[in-house]
Design a protein around this ligand. Structure first.
Ligand code: 4AD
Ligand code: MG
Length: 473
């Protein structure tokens, strides 16, 4: 972890100065000609155009130069032939290094052999800045090195592909919600109330008063739901979870949705519909990125076409014990090892519902006769909660439930949890004035990105991950 304390600065600033040859060659963006975007390259075929961007890779034979060029919206191979340009232009090009920034000018043509489908015959270039030797190369780098250089690593093709997929998922999800009649509201980040496990709260000093960083905007979404109907929020949430796994972040992005007059079946139907829409949008709009990531798209296609599996927690435990002799109890959580086993048994996402009350959050509807019974043969107090577990071992991607809507029942539960009445009074009011049966869920954006892109570690699904032992860059 980097040291952020305010020590007296002992930096030898001069030693960090760049050689003037690495300083900008132009004064401002006005020094460049108008440029097009590579995302529209198909409209530029046969024309001479400019693109602004970076040299992603380059090789030269002494007579011909090949530049892999990126402008952020797309990539192209640009070819410079010595015999086709003036000596001056050829000399300029010899200065280029990996990650140098420049404007290229040339004629675009289609080329089936190029991975991008197009090529440019360079006729001129304007150097913006020549980059010193770039720390990330094609050779294998360790994950720590890459994470220390996350600000540069983002430029590599796989990282760009993941972030494009992330953007597509965000857009697809919010479009779907809008089309389905949801209103987006934004919930506060400072919250005096705990929504999930109190042991995972980040405490903050709020002008001398104790408050917390949000774990989920759910409770506030429920309030907005009574005003606006179907409601969702989308923002960063924080979990002081000492988990060092491939699917845990300390700071991640969550979308919480609330569905009025909806029960658990309706909730599962909705989550399934939304998941299928997002995956199908990614298949449609991120075909190139999924190819870069070597994702098995046939599997993704199947998740769109076939029904998700639905099982109770009890059935899941029994199945795992029967198939793998795991000796799990009816009170056990379904963690990463169990999720991996489920992926061996099923090749579709699975809804696991009706969870033991003890291992879930306070606000969920209780079910069954023996609400307070001890765990005997699985007939114990359960809540109408549902986790959506992705296929292929990617694990839980959504968590939701029916919400208790009986005022006195909620009051008893808040009391039993030892939460202060004054902090939850407003939440109880929602059950006092026009209470309704309702359900909702939260989706971890990075978990979903990991699933769709098939990325091994969650740290690559967010531009700048915050993890147990990482806050830099
Ligand atoms: O299951 P969780 O804890 O549910 C809630 O917070 C509810 N209040 C949501 C709601 O009903 N509105 O979190 C929801 C989702 C999980 O299914 C998972 O995808 C993701 O958030 N998640 C994490 N993602 C990355 N790192 C972590 N540490 C995560 N913890 C949960
Ligand atoms: Mg959960």
């Amino acid at each position: 972890m980097s040291d952020t304390s305010q020590k007296k600065d002992s930096t030898d600033w001069d030693s960090h100065k760049l050689d003037p040859k690495y300083l900008p060659r132009i004064k401002s963006a006005k020094d460049l000609e108008e440029a097009m975007l590579l995302k529209d390259v198909k409209d530029h075929v046969g024309k001479e155009v400019n693109y602004n961007g970076w040299v992603y890779n380059l090789r030269s034979s002494g007579k011909i130069m090949f530049l892999q060029f990126r402008d952020g919206s797309g990539d192209i191979q640009a070819i410079l032939e010595k015999s086709a340009v003036s000596e001056d232009i050829w000399e300029k090009a010899q200065e280029l290094t990996i990650e140098s920034s420049l404007q290229i000018k040339g004629k675009v043509k289609e080329d089936d052999r190029s991975p991008f489908g197009y090529e440019m015959e360079l006729s001129d270039l304007t150097i913006v800045q020549i980059a010193p030797e770039y720390p990330i190369s094609n050779k294998e780098h360790g994950p720590e090195f890459l994470m220390d250089n996350r600000h540069l690593w983002l430029r590599s093709s796989k990282q760009r592909a993941v972030l494009k997929i992330r953007d597509e998922i965000f857009f697809s999800m919010t479009s779907f919600l809008r089309e389905d009649g949801f209103t987006r509201i934004d919930t506060p980040i400072f919250q005096p109330v705990s929504c999930e496990d109190t042991s995972e709260l980040f405490e903050v000093d709020y002008f001398g008063e104790k408050t917390y960083l949000t774990q989920s905007g759910q409770l506030y979404c429920e309030a907005a739901e009574m005003a606006l109907g179907k409601t969702y929020d989308f923002g960063p949430v924080f979990r002081a979870e000492k988990s060092k796994t491939r699917k845990h972040l300390i700071e991640f992005w969550m979308m919480d949705a609330e569905l009025p007059f909806t029960d658990l079946d309706g909730l599962m139907d909705f989550e399934e519909r939304m998941s299928k829409r997002i995956i199908s949008d990614c298949l449609k709009n991120c075909a190139f990125e999924l190819k870069v990531l070597e994702r098995d798209v046939e599997k993704l296609q199947k998740y769109v076409e076939q029904d998700f599996i639905r099982m109770t927690h009890k059935e899941t435990i029994e199945l795992l014990n029967e198939k793998y002799d795991l000796g799990l109890s009816y009170l056990d959580d379904i963690g990463a090892p169990e999720e991996a086993k489920l992926a061996e048994l099923f090749d579709m996402p699975i809804f696991i519902y009706d969870w033991p009350t003890e291992i879930k959050a306070f606000y969920m509807t209780r079910t069954g006769e023996q609400k307070d019974a001890k765990a005997v043969e699985g007939d114990m107090s359960r809540v109408r909660a549902v986790d959506l577990v992705a296929a292929e071992g990617f694990g839980e991607i959504m968590g939701g439930s029916e919400r208790i809507f009986d005022y006195n029942e909620m009051l008893e539960i808040i009391k039993a949890h030892g939460y202060p009445f004054k902090d939850y009074e407003w939440y109880l009011d929602l059950r006092k004035y026009g209470s309704i049966p309702h359900s909702g869920f939260g989706i971890g954006l990075e978990r979903f990105v990991r699933f769709v892109s098939g990325i091994h570690h969650i740290r690559e699904t967010i531009p700048f991950p915050r993890m147990l032992n990482r806050m830099y860059p």
